[in-house]
Design a protein around this ligand. Structure first.
Ligand code: SF4
Length: 379
C-alpha cells in the first residue's frame, strides 16, 4: 500500500492551481511523530508531502520514524529550501525527492508564484546530487500554460540525470480548489504525446511505464474515463495534518479514521473505512495522479509487476518506436470526444501581496470546517 502524509498545510509557494498556502495549519496542530509511530511497517511508497514538508522543523525526525516502514520513502517538496534536505539525503541517499518545477524560469515562477524559484530548485537538485542523492527528480503539473514545455523539462531532467513525474490540473480537498479547469483540453492533451514518445525512446523500463501513465493523463485532460479503475483506500491512502486518514486527497466524503485516536488496523477494518471503500468503487471522478495511477497499474497477484493491459501497451509501443514507427494515438484516444468545461481564469500570484487566511485553532474545527469546499469535480 502507498501512503501520503500531508505533514503540514503551511507553504512558502503561492501557486495559482493550489491554495494550500492560503489555508495554513499551526505547527502545534500538525500530525506528530508519536502519531506517525503508530503506522505499521511494510508500506510500498510512503510520501511526506504538504504544504511544504521542509517547513516542519522536525522533518529529519519524521524521516527517521518513517524510513524503516517503507520500501521507498519520498519527500515531495517545492524545492525552495534544499539545504534542509541535504543532511537527510546524506544520511539516506536513496530517499526519493521530487521538486515541483512547472517549465522554464518565467513560466515556473509565474505558475508557482515563486521569485527565483526556478534557479533555487535547479541549484538545490544539484546540491542533493552532490550529497549523494540517488532518486531525485522534478514534478510538473501539466496545464495550459506549460504543456508546450513538457518535453523541454523532460530533457532538462535527463540532462541533470534525474526523473520527471507528471500530473495534471485537478481539484481536491488537499488543494482547497474546485475551479481548476483546462482552457483548451485538446491542445493541452496533444502536447503530452511528445513526452510519451520521448519516454518510449529511452532505454529505461521505468520510463516506458511512465509513458503509459502519461497516456492516462491525456484521457484525464480530455475528461474521459480512467484507463484502470481507482483503488483508493485499499491500495493508497492519505493522512492529513490533523491525523485524519482519507481514502484519497480529492473527495472529502471518504474518511477512514483518525491515526491519533485509533490504531492503523482499527482504522482499516472500521465500518467507516468499509463505507468509504464502497463509495470508491462507485466513484465517477477520473483522477489520474501518480498515486492513483501507479497503484491502479500494479498487478493484484504480483504487486511488483504491472497489470497485463499496461504491460501489453508498453511492449507493443516500445517495439514500434524502436523500429522507427510512431505511437498510433488515434487508436487509443478519442480526440473528437472532448468534455466542455467552464472558463475559469487562473491568475499568477507572482509579485502580488496575497495574504494567507490564517484561522487560529483550526485543529478544533470539524472535518467539514477543515474542508469547506464539499464538492470536487474532476471531469
Ligand atoms: S477516482 Fe474517486 S476515489 Fe479515486 S482518487 Fe479520484 S475522487 Fe478519489
Amino acid at each position: 500500500m502507498d501512503l501520503t502524509i500531508i505533514s503540514t498545510f503551511r507553504c512558502n509557494s503561492r501557486c495559482q492551481m493550489c491554495y494550500i498556502w492560503k489555508n495554513p495549519t499551526e505547527p502545534k496542530e500538525e500530525v506528530s511523530i508519536e502519531t506517525l509511530s503508530k503506522l505499521p511497517g511494510g508500506f510500498d511508497n510512503l510520501n511526506v508531502s504538504g504544504g511544504e514538508p521542509t517547513l516542519r522543523r522536525d522533518l529529519a525526525e519524521i524521516v527517521e520514524e518513517l524510513y524503516p516502514k517503507a520500501r521507498i520513502l519520498e519527500i515531495s517538496s517545492n524545492g525552495l529550501n534544499p539545504e534542509r534536505l541535504v543532511p537527510i539525503i546524506k544520511r539516506h541517499p536513496n530517499i526519493k525527492v521530487r521538486f515541483s518545477l512547472e517549465g522554464d524560469a518565467a513560466t515556473s515562477n509565474a505558475i508557482r508564484g515563486e521569485k527565483d524559484g526556478y534557479q533555487i530548485k535547479l541549484k538545490g537538485i544539484r546540491m542533493l546530487r552532490e550529497a549523494g542523492g540517488t532518486d531525485l527528480g522534478f514534478a510538473m503539473v501539466i496545464q495550459d500554460e506549460n504543456a508546450d514545455q513538457l518535453v523541454k523539462v523532460y530533457e532538462l531532467a535527463r540532462s541533470e540525470g534525474i526523473e520527471l513525474a507528471t500530473s495534471t490540473l485537478h481539484n481536491a480537498w488537499q488543494f482547497y480548489k474546485n475551479d481548476n479547469y483546462f482552457y483548451n483540453r485538446a491542445k493541452t492533451a496533444k502536447e503530452v504525446e511528445g513526452l510519451i514518445t520521448a519516454m518510449l525512446k529511452t532505454n529505461k523500463v521505468k520510463n516506458w511505464f511512465r509513458a503509459y501513465l502519461n497516456l492516462g493523463l491525456i484521457e484525464k485532460i480530455l475528461g474521459h474515463d480512467r484507463l484502470i479503475p481507482c483503488t483508493a483506500g485499499s491500495d493508497f491512502a492519505f493522512v492529513d495534518p490533523w491525523s485524519d486518514v482519507w481514502a484519497c486527497n480529492v473527495r472529502s466524503d471518504l474518511p477512514l479514521g483518525n491515526l491519533a485516536r485509533q490504531d492503523w488496523s482499527e482504522i482499516m477494518n472500521s465500518e467507516q473505512a468499509r463505507s468509504s471503500l464502497g463509495k470508491v468503487s462507485a466513484c465517477t471522478q477520473n483522477c489520474w495522479m501518480v498515486t492513483t495511477a501507479r497503484t491502479a497499474m500494479r498487478s493484484r497477484l504480483v504487486p511488483q509487476l504491472p497489470k497485463l493491459s499496461p504491460m501489453a501497451w508498453v511492449i507493443y509501443n516500445k517495439l514500434k518506436v524502436t523500429m522507427g514507427g510512431k505511437v498510433d494515438f488515434a487508436s487509443y484516444i478519442d480526440y473528437d470526444k472532448v468534455l466542455e468545461t467552464p472558463l475559469v481564469p487562473r491568475t499568477s500570484n507572482l509579485g502580488r501581496s496575497v495574504k494567507a487566511e490564517i484561522k487560529v485553532q483550526r485543529g478544533l474545527m470539524t472535518k467539514e470546517e477543515h474542508y469547506p469546499l464539499a464538492e470536487f469535480i474532476n471531469r
